[in-house]
Design a binder for this molecule. Structure first.
Ligand SMILES: Cc1ncc(COP(=O)(O)O)c(C=O)c1O
Length: 314
């Protein structure tokens, strides 16, 4: 396994300078996990790097050469898995929800050598059922299974390292709040584990519904009987649900890039930073607070988004 996975420098932290922050007495730092990547175009970056890192090592340790996982047609996770597979000599199989389509994410997966297998939504729903997984083993051979979104215990272990990096290099000004976008809740749960009771973690849900609270509780209780409670979910910034958006969100993201030189994606990080600036403006944080927002990557999705909706994102 290439040592880049185990020996990489910590992702940089960039502080944002902005009137909206100064007037409220807030410091906003960005943990640039989007820069944790194999090359400038990498889909294997951000929280995917953190989540896959120990899983790739585990698959290697078990002597399994095939990685199989699940995702939608625009899945950052499948794109990252495909690229990681190519880089670290695994065959990859992506089970894609819904009927066969072509978009830039799926073309990228195929270019990386991933075998795509499209599945109707009803069958896809069985993705965690043991009988169904056994059938997949019969069809594809012995594989290392990664759940949808790549969330499992080893993924949490990788995400917890975000906090050990901050602890090591920014001990003197440890943030009061850590913010991240949430899909399955795995990244948030990993961050909470890494915090070990210190500070507050805030997950911004990009999906409609209230299931995330329970999901994160479940993920945390696997590790300990007294799960940590220094976290919360913000559920007012999903913009109508997964991959839904408004022109206000798009304008915010395009301005953000102009102001800070940081590209955001419309599915996850755009909603995270929009929500953070809104909460700051509404005095959710007391003056003097330091917030660290994790840029979890996801930029590979922009091409497909622009392809689908017109070139909205600059
Ligand atoms: C770029 C990006 N950020 C955040 C998330 C949310 O991560 P999680 O599913 O661990 O909550 C995802 C999800 O897959 C993602 O692709």
């Amino acid at each position: 396994m290439r040592s880049i996975l185990t020996h990489h420098p910590p992702s940089p932290i960039q502080e944002l300078t902005d009137e909206r922050l100064i007037t409220k007495g807030i410091r906003l730092l960005v943990k640039r996990d989007d820069l944790l990547r194999l090359n400038e175009q990498s889909a294997f970056c951000g929280n995917k790097w953190r989540k896959l890192k120990y899983n790739l090592q585990e698959a290697h340790r078990r002597g399994l050469s095939i990685l199989l996982s699940f995702g939608g047609a625009f899945s950052n996770h499948l794109a990252a898995l495909a690229e990681a597979g190519q880089a670290f000599d695994f065959q990859t199989i992506g089970i894609v929800r819904g009927e066969k389509i072509s978009n830039s994410t799926l073309r990228f997966c195929e270019q990386c050598g991933m075998h795509l297998h499209f599945m109707d939504r009803e069958t896809y729903r069985q993705k965690e059922h043991p009988d169904f997984l056994e059938k997949l083993q019969e069809q594809f051979g012995d594989f290392y299974l990664l759940p949808e979104g790549g969330t499992n215990e080893l993924a949490l272990q990788g995400c917890a390292e975000i906090m050990s990096e901050v602890q090591e290099y920014h001990r003197n000004e440890f943030p009061d709040f850590i913010a991240t976008a949430c899909g399955t809740g795995g990244t948030l749960a990993g961050i909470v584990q890494g915090l070990k009771g210190q500070s507050q973690a805030i997950g911004f849900s990009v999906l409609k519904g209230n299931f995330l609270q329970q999901e994160v509780e479940k993920l945390l209780s696997k590790k300990s009987e007294n799960p940590l409670s220094n976290w919360q979910i913000q559920s007012d910034y999903h913009f109508g649900g997964y991959a839904k958006f408004s022109s206000e969100l798009i304008d915010f993201m395009n301005d953000f890039k102009k102001d800070f030189g940081i590209q955001l994606d419309p599915i996850y990080t755009g909603k995270l930073f929009f929500g953070l600036f809104d909460l700051i403006q509404k005095d959710f944080f007391t003056p003097g607070s330091i917030i660290l927002a994790v840029h979890t990557g996801g930029l590979q999705g922009i091409e497909g988004f622009n392809e689908r909706f017109g070139d909205l994102i600059s």
